[in-house]
Design a protein around this ligand. Structure first.
Ligand code: ATP
Length: 455
């Protein structure tokens, strides 16, 4: 039986679980780690892939008005002049005169230097772009930048996409990829790092319909998180104040999540007006317009941009899923991850290591792994094995016991309720498929029995 214990999600618990179970490690840890860089381990890489896949499926695969792109990270340096990043992509940096720690002035607003209360220098603007050199000579002419956002790749390919796909307005370009920002202060685990991944959409609309599409995307993106299991109460939309708006934005909302350190941005949704296409047309000398068949006029589309972070989403999904309860008199740590996101969908657990049982369990495992990431575990007691799977968010455990050899049935146990049912091996794959898509597994079959683990 389980009793509910109040669960406090703090960052330490999340970091510890991630490291202990192989979700996320500090980068180059054997050398002492590299500040604010992280490596996704065997389970983390699956979680991240699942987040990206769920986003791609919802925003590209299942839509007629969206196409994908994978642009190069290094772009022509003029891109960043046109976009305003070279001039304006900076944060105000202040330094403590006694301890020499550096901070973002806007994040310190109102408080003194957090570590030693020393006097701070006047803020000076610090550009967040990472610079490097293209080719063998390190000179001004060969400077290129690691992109600080994926967005520009979509603006500069607007005409290519238009010409090759023959899309009509409104339509969007979607892209997932790495971005780099030399942030002044990092921290809160993977929330703010210097290398991260974004999932961005640039949605091109007719001027005048931008407000309507802006509202549409606010709702669509908010609901995406809810559909994937984030509790509604832990999400909110926050409109940017006028002084917060980026130079290109007409309007902007953040989707915020209640992280352990408080409410913070998960995704930004901006109405960028025609700023980007106007700028790139001006700097490149190329026409970046759209011919409207109805009015027979060339128009410059407005752009709505929903811009999400893969790493911040991963952190939000992990925090939201984290739970503890008491099962069989012991503390049980579990992740209520949505089946779509769970790194491992099912674990096959033979009750003993006897040959015949192992052969059947391996056969089931081989069959299921053609469809999903499935794990096989025959070490230690069955209770321990269930706990290991609960802790990494595996929705289903399949237990193969001696009776299975006779009746060709196995037990499926569900992570959250710990309910178990027995069903024919022949029905396992289709049942699992349906359950992973959200059907209730524990509808009692005729003559069937549902019981709790431990009963
Ligand atoms: P912040 O105000 O937190 O610095 P931002 O407003 O600069 O973020 P955007 O430029 O809107 O962020 O980037 C879009 C998304 O990319 C963010 O909502 C976030 O999910 C992600 N992101 C931005 N910077 C980082 C970072 N340093 N580390 C991890 N994710 C980031």
């Amino acid at each position: 039986m389980t009793e509910q214990a109040p669960t406090k999600v703090d960052m330490e618990k999340i970091v510890s679980l991630c490291q202990r179970r192989g979700f996320i490690f500090p980068s180059s840890e054997i050398y002492g780690g590299l500040s604010s860089c992280w490596d996704y381990g065997p389970l983390g890489v699956e979680l991240k892939r699942n987040i990206k896949q769920a986003w791609w499926q919802a925003e590209v695969q299942e839509r007629d008005d969206m196409v994908g792109l994978d642009a190069s990270i290094l772009m022509h340096p003029q891109t960043w002049e046109a976009s305003g990043h070279l001039k304006g992509f900076s944060d105000p940096l202040v330094e403590c005169k006694s301890c020499h720690l550096r901070w973002r002035a806007d994040e310190l607003a109102g408080s003194s230097c957090p570590s030693c209360s020393g006097e701070l220098t006047e803020p000076r603007l610090f550009n967040l772009m990472f610079k490097t050199f293209m080719g063998p000579i390190e000179e001004e002419a060969s400077v290129v930048y690691l992109r600080p956002e994926t967005a520009q790749g979509m603006f500069v390919n607007f005409q290519n996409v238009l010409d090759t796909t023959r899309k009509r307005l409104p339509f969007g370009i979607a892209q997932i990829g790495k971005a780099f920002r030399n942030e002044i202060t990092t921290g809160n685990f993977i929330f703010r790092s210097r290398e991260f991944e974004q999932m961005e959409i640039e949605f091109f609309v007719k001027p005048g319909s931008d407000k309507e599409w802006f509202d549409y995307w606010l709702e669509e993106r908010f609901n995406w998180y809810v559909k994937l299991g984030i509790k509604k109460g832990n999400l909110k939309l926050r409109q940017h104040m006028k002084r917060e708006l980026a130079h290109y934005a007409k309007d902007c909302y953040d989707i915020e999540y209640l992280f352990p350190m408080g409410w913070a941005e998960l995704e930004g949704i901006a109405n960028r007006g025609d700023f980007d296409l106007v700028q790139h047309a001006k700097y490149s000398g190329k026409s970046l317009t759209y011919f409207d068949e109805e009015t027979k006029e060339h128009v410059i589309p407005y752009i709505i941009e929903p811009s999400a972070g893969v790493d911040r989403s991963a952190l939000a999904f992990l925090c939201d899923a984290y739970d503890e309860d008491i099962a069989e008199g012991e503390l049980r740590v579990l992740l209520h991850l949505h089946p779509t996101l769970a790194p491992i969908k099912a674990a096959v657990l033979p009750l003993s290591r006897r040959d015949k049982l192992v052969a059947l369990a391996k056969q089931i495992y081989t069959d299921l792994r053609q469809c999903w990431m499935v794990s096989y575990d025959d070490a230690q007691s069955i209770g321990r094995r269930y706990r290991r799977q609960d802790e990494i968010g595996t929705p289903f455990c399949i237990t193969v016991d001696f009776q299975s050899l006779e009746d060709e049935q196995v037990t499926i146990r569900e992570r959250d309720s710990m309910n178990q049912i027995r069903l024919p091996i022949s029905a396992l794959k289709t049942t699992l498929q349906a359950k992973l898509e959200g059907e209730d597994l524990f509808v009692l079959p005729p003559g069937g029995k549902i019981w709790k683990e431990g009963e």
